[in-house]
Design a protein around this ligand. Structure first.
Ligand code: NAP
Ligand code: GCO
Length: 266
């Protein structure tokens, strides 16, 4: 067996949802570096234009489209277009997601539903759209971007935790239903990663000191730092490649050790 070749994604087409910036962009860059053709989506023309320029600056020929993962007709049309133009999706990364930090008793059911719609129903819609093509091809990789909140709770993130806990179970269910058809569905559970989504938790205080949550996370992480989107690149290539063909229904936590650690005595 050529072990290095088993990590290659040459000839594969990867759809990375929400791949315009943040974690999705880094994962797409990694998959492209391993040889995959990249397709990504986002929701606005301005984000799309900026992302296309960012991919080009990295020397990556990515195809980008405006498509909302909660709109089934848009997702189905995008997947059909990828089939026509590139031969279909081999790798789906369900990365698009949002968070709303609101105490539960103050949160409207509308806000709760919107988070679940994007973070859980979106991955269902995207997986449902690509699985028939994967069945035709006889192979497929689905990577769901989960969270620490697939395992843990904390104040203000009830909807997000419910959605990401659900996404962990959707991952296991896709594995259960389609593992026999050579489709591997796994999750990546990033720890606390420095991206626009977590920027409010790292804002400097008026006196120039670190945000209390920033200090808390560094103390709670054995690696003693925030993660970067680049920390997710190797794990994503592994789960997208033949090197992980017998890994299925697994959530790979990439968290600097947070889930292993009880935390410092105050
Ligand atoms: P981010 O910087 O806020 O990026 C989120 C991406 O999702 C954006 O490209 C956004 O693009 C896209 N998006 C949001 N709603 C969408 C929709 N309905 N349809 C299509 N695209 C949509 O977030 P991130 O930190 O990179 O997070 C990426 C994923 O990792 C999320 O699922 C997040 O929950 C998860 N995660 C993040 C962390 C962390 O610490 N940062 C940790 C664990 C898990 P547009 O706004 O242009 O649509
Ligand atoms: C929060 C954070 C988290 C992270 C991430 C952890 O407010 O606690 O935004 O939810 O983004 O998902 O893995």
């Amino acid at each position: 067996m050529d072990i290095m070749k088993s990590f290659s994604l040459e000839g594969k087409v990867a759809l990375v949802t929400g791949g315009a910036y943040g974690i999705g962009f880094a994962i797409a860059e990694a998959l492209a570096g391993a040889g995959a053709k990249i397709v990504f989506n986002c929701r606005s023309q301005s984000n799309l234009d900026k992302a296309l320029a960012d991919y080009e600056a990295k020397g990556i020929k990515a195809c980008g489209y405006i498509c909302d993962v909660t709109k089934e007709e848009e997702v189905t049309a995008l997947v059909a277009r990828i089939k026509e133009e590139l031969g279909g999706v081999d790798i789906l990364v369900n990365n698009a997601g949002i968070i709303k930090r609101i105490p539960m008793t103050e949160m409207s059911s509308e806000d709760f539903r919107q988070v679940v719609d994007i973070d859980l129903v979106g991955p269902f819609i995207c997986a449902k759209a690509v699985i028939p093509g994967m069945l035709e091809k006889g192979h497929g990789k689905i990577i769901n971007i989960c969270s620490m909140m697939s395992e843990l709770g904390r104040e203000t993130v009830s909807a997000y935790a419910a959605a990401k806990g659900g996404l962990k179970m959707l991952t296991r269910n896709i594995c259960s239903e389609y593992g026999g058809a050579n489709i591997q569905c796994n999750g990546i559970g990033p720890g606390y990663i420095a991206t626009p989504q977590t920027a409010p938790l790292r804002e400097r205080q008026a006196d120039g000191s670190r945000h209390p949550f920033d200090q808390f996370i560094i103390a709670k992480t054995p690696a003693a730092r925030w993660g970067t989107p680049e920390d997710l690149m190797g794990p994503a290539v592994f789960l997208a490649s033949d090197a992980s063909n017998f890994v299925n229904g697994h959530i790979l936590y990439v968290d600097g050790g947070i889930l292993a650690y009880i935390g410092k005595q105050p």
